[in-house]
Design a protein around this ligand. Structure first.
Ligand SMILES: Cc1cc2nc3c(=O)[nH]c(=O)nc-3n(C[C@H](O)[C@H](O)[C@H](O)COP(=O)(O)O)c2cc1C
Length: 192
């Protein structure tokens, strides 16, 4: 019977937390627009489990626009200290308002204000304009909790494939590919 890839991911992430210099939860997120043109950027993993892998962002950003047109994504973790990578591919859906609210409430206040002030992915004429927006938002919410902006929230990538890559000597690497089959996973190997 196949290993549980989510449990295996948990073990690898726990090891990365011990050995990586910073941000062991950093992952590249690849999306593509309606015409198939790809783009990639880093985001932070903020939750994961059998239902998928969750990150948070601005829902008007380039990545969000692309996910609106093409709700498929690929994630890549690269843990240099362990010489490992994990690729996750699957369909993407927004997380619930309640889940986004809970995560937003856990963020530092300055990061909350930054989420309000940033028109993420849009052109910005000067740094000073952005800083003035942050200060205006700070005054707006003075003395109160900062609510989640309606344009900010999470996305969940429901894994259909998870590949675990481990470096081996002479490039004879090990690649284990897990493919979802209903509630179970099939496991196979790939040539390196
Ligand atoms: C290590 C790292 C982690 C990041 N995490 C996030 C994140 O969780 N959410 C986010 O919106 N942007 C994050 N960013 C910024 C994104 O890489 C990106 O610049 C931004 O989201 C705009 O991307 P887009 O224009 O492709 O939508 C992170 C950047 C780095 C380098």
């Amino acid at each position: 019977m196949a290993d549980d890839p989510i449990a295996l991911f948990d073990r690898w992430l726990a090891e990365a937390e011990q050995s990586e210099l910073n941000d062991p939860n950093a992952m590249a997120l690849a999306t593509a627009d309606a015409g198939g043109r790809p783009s990639v950027r880093m985001v932070l993993l903020k939750g994961h489990g059998p239902d998928g892998f969750v990150f948070y962002t601005n829902r008007g950003s380039r990545k969000a626009e692309e996910l609106g047109a093409n709700a498929q994504a690929s994630l890549l973790f690269h843990w240099k200290s362990l010489r490992r990578q994990v690729r996750v591919t699957g369909a993407v859906s927004p997380v619930s308002d309640a889940e986004s609210d809970a995560y937003f409430a856990s963020r530092g206040r300055d990061s909350q204000l930054g989420a309000w002030a940033s028109d993420q992915s849009r052109p910005l004429d000067s740094r000073a304009i952005f800083e003035a927006r942050v200060e205006a938002i700070r005054e707006r919410f003075d003395g109160q909790d900062v609510p989640r902006p309606p344009f900010w929230g999470g996305y969940r990538v429901a894994a259909e494939e998870i590949e675990f890559w481990q470096d081996r000597a002479h490039r004879l690497h090990e690649r284990r590919l897990f493919t979802r089959a209903g509630d179970c996973w099939n496991e196979g190997l790939l040539f390196p």
